[in-house]
Design a binder for this molecule. Structure first.
Ligand code: ACO
Length: 178
């Protein structure tokens, strides 16, 4: 692992999860002033990424090492993991995040399916269209990578939100917890 002497050096050599070409220019342009779209970045641990995720579910106690292990795993598989953030540029904190996982299938002639996961908007930023922008940005990645469909599971209370994002209910969700 690289060691940096200063915070400046660590920002200078910061790793992005994937290339900027997967970031929707339209979503970037439609964000209110002071917000910016990014791929997940290696220093987002310090920018409160996990705090934002905690509005969704239990995140567990992380150290910088457990963060780096997971970030590097995702980076190694960055044709599969596309996690994005919307930054509050005034505070340099993560305001919203979401992920699309690209699944490679035999069906539909080696088709690709995008799975949207872990959508979270920090409670102080909810209701400002960041959720809808995150979904638009993930749909863009689904199209750019060649998916034939993009699917997600959600709580019943969130169905109206996803309908506003262009999704419609289809079949049922099942779960088996270990
Ligand atoms: N029910 C009904 N409508 C909603 C809801 C809701 N739960 N949430 C937002 N909307 C509507 C808004 O009123 C708005 O409507 P408008 O365009 O007519 O004004 C539109 O959806 C867009 O809303 P945003 O401002 O983009 O929503 P926000 O930024 O608050 O994000 C989200 C919504 C993601 C549900 C957010 O509240 C959140 O993080 N909640 C907690 C975590 C969560 O439940 N995440 C989803 C998990 S499912 C998954 O990860 C696949």
């Amino acid at each position: 692992m690289l060691n940096f002497n200063t915070e400046y050096e660590s920002i200078l050599f910061e790793d992005s999860l994937f290339e900027d070409k997967y970031l929707s220019p339209e979503v970037q342009a439609n964000l209110h002033e002071g917000y910016k779209l990014y791929p997940l970045r290696s220093n987002d641990f310090e920018r409160g990424y996990l705090d934002v995720l905690s509005v969704l579910t239990e995140v567990g106690a992380h150290s910088i090492d457990t963060w780096n292990t997971q970030f590097q795993f995702m980076k190694k598989h960055n044709d599969t993991y596309f996690t994005i953030t919307i930054m509050d540029e005034t505070t340099n904190r993560v305001a919203a995040t979401g992920t699309i996982l690209i699944e490679h299938k035999f069906v539909h002639k080696n088709g690709l399916v995008g799975h949207i996961e872990d959508i979270a908007v920090d409670s102080s930023h909810q209701g400002k269209k960041l959720g809808i922008r995150i979904i638009e940005a993930l749909k863009f990645i689904g199209q750019a990578t060649g998916c034939y469909k993009v699917i997600l599971d959600c709580a019943i209370k969130n169905i109206p939100f996803y309908e506003k994002c262009g999704f419609s209910p289809k079949e049922s969700q099942m779960a088996w917890y270990i």
